[in-house]
Ligand binder design. Sequence first.
Ligand code: NOJ
Ligand code: NOJ
Ligand code: CA
Length: 706
Amino acid sequence: MFKELKICTKTIALFVVLLLIISFLPSVLKAASDVNKVNYARDTIYQIVTDRFHDGDTSNNPEGELYSQTDLHKYMGGDWKGISEKIIDGYFNDLGITALWISQPVENVYGIHPEGYTSYHGYWARDYKKTNPFYGDFEDFDELVNVAHSNGIKIIMDFTPNHSSPALETDESYVENGTIYDNGSLIGNYSNDTLGLFHHNGGTDFSSYEDGIYRNLYDLADYDLQNEVIDQYLKESIELWLDKGIDGIRVDAVKHMSQGWQETLMNHIYSYQPVFTFGEWFLGQGEVDPKNHYFANESGMSLLDFQYGQQIRSVLMSEEDNWQDYHSMIEETSNSYEQVNDQVTFIDNHDMSRFQKENAAQVNTEMALAVLLTSRGVPTIYYGTEHYLTGNSDPENRKPMPSFDKTTNAYQIISKLAHLRQNNIALGYGDTTERWINQDVYIYERKFGNNVVVTAVNSGDTNYSITNMNTSLPEGTYNDVLGGLLNGGSINVDGNGLVTSFDLQPNEVAVWQITENNNQPKIGHVGPMVGQPGNEVTINGEGFGNTQGDVFFGNNSATITSWSDSEIVVTTPDITAGLYDIKVMTNSNVESNVYENFEVITNHLISVRFAVEQASTDYGSNVYIVGSTQELGNWDPDKAIGPFFNQVIYSYPKWYYDIAVPVNEQLEYKFIKKDASGNVIWESGSNHTYTVPNQGTDTVTTTWQE
Ligand code: NOJ
Ligand code: NOJ
Ligand code: CA
């Protein structure tokens, strides 16, 4: 009896504790699952140079030569605790920010470059399985991720799989000789590279795509990504950070690595824990590069949209171009990028001069922010822009965060529009229609279903009277979402969407909007857009209904993991590799729009170097490969992979290319020669055959069949 009572009290106590835990749990779980890791279309990213943001823990600052409070080449103390602190303070929630892109978190070299630089920026990795101790330890990182998630904020890490750190072939004492470690155990170094971890082809002169891939970027020890130790090490490392809960990856220097290997990286990530991934492919002012578009469309990752960034700078910063040029870029990129809403837009970053110039009017920065945040693409705000931070080249563009004041005009503008991005899906998913344009004025509409956002900007110095402007807005009076922060006023729209007349003053920006779900199924986003059978895919939009219906890849229905009115999660069906249109059918059999060209791949991908000897070509012709699977273009010469390279690893007439191919697959293929106008010469003889190994990397060499 007594004993029973005792058990009973114990049980009750246990029960209470359990209850407490359970009542805690849902909020924790919910916070974690609220974060959509594969769709950033409605997010606003904030780019942080971790070392320069906020020093939340002075005890982890480096000592001696590595640290300075004034020298921008040294570590200055910023860390993860500092970022967590500012999240808790509400600095980002109030700003409308939903994702933070932080410096590469891994341990970097402690050595100092002969020119006095340190690794404060995080791009000089030493051990990808350890933290950079000056940013914090794993506990601090966990805290950052948890604090971020419980505030609805995602964490994007920078990642540098192209290189380790500065090294010289002939001097092993140069910085740290490119040395890398696997959680503390030595893997190898640059000048005595017995395992062949690195390329030893000198530095690139940037003369060709191939040259940039297979030679060193500046003095950085360039990985041979076909080396199995490196391939495995980098993939294991990214798994570690995915396990740590990161929600996105920014990949450094993607133009300087083979697309084939990067496709295997993306396949690895999407099979492990899919997260939105975007690469850095730098483009200069006015530069348009079809290879950049091809990469964004075929690699499985998005890109930082330098075409967008350079163009808006030309209009509002250097003022060399006008809105007609800007609009041409919007039109051109909507064709050349298959997923234009997934490209990551910005007005400046740590590799270019800050948008705000010393002694220049702040209003140009403010107009640029307003346009950035209402345009297609995922907008990124570089830290300090909300405080009009200035600085030209590196490291002047990486000065410490000057203030956390929330009252600047720029802060208010970002806040209003970043919140609008969360609420009105026209900004994330919509297309763009020009409604009025001249050299000074640009008025554009974003629309998705019945959700509409109209933005008007006048960056000239005269007043414009706009008459008879068409919109998709329903009849009514619309107030400026910015509340007059950039002098915007209201408009009256009649029953035909027409605005009879209104004025736009110099330097005025106005934003008008309506948010309305019309309960028609409409897909606005699918992520990722490539997968092997079994990989998870998330479909977002509106009007899917709250009762489960069907999702089709072509005519094949997919297994559904979860379903709500705005989000469906499915698994990639086990169907023949190829391109498929995705479609949602509601429970009451209403069909959505089709979301085009999801790529089903054959199987897990590994990187194989295909080489062909004695392939002599006429001037202007190139060698490509085409073969029996989706990954080799299904025998369609228009989808052949190439042009092959013939300068660095092997020399003409021997050609090579690193390609992502499905494991264990028995491939049949041929090489072809294509001239500049697309005329094709096929190899004669029978097809080459090759069985892809089940893991690692490989090289397969054949001779051109004349
Ligand atoms: C591009 C980065 O953004 C830049 O800051 C860095 O120095 C190089 N890649 C090398 O990692
Ligand atoms: C080109 C093809 O279109 C695509 O299907 C394939 O996955 C890669 N790009 C090949 O590496
Ligand atoms: Ca610190």
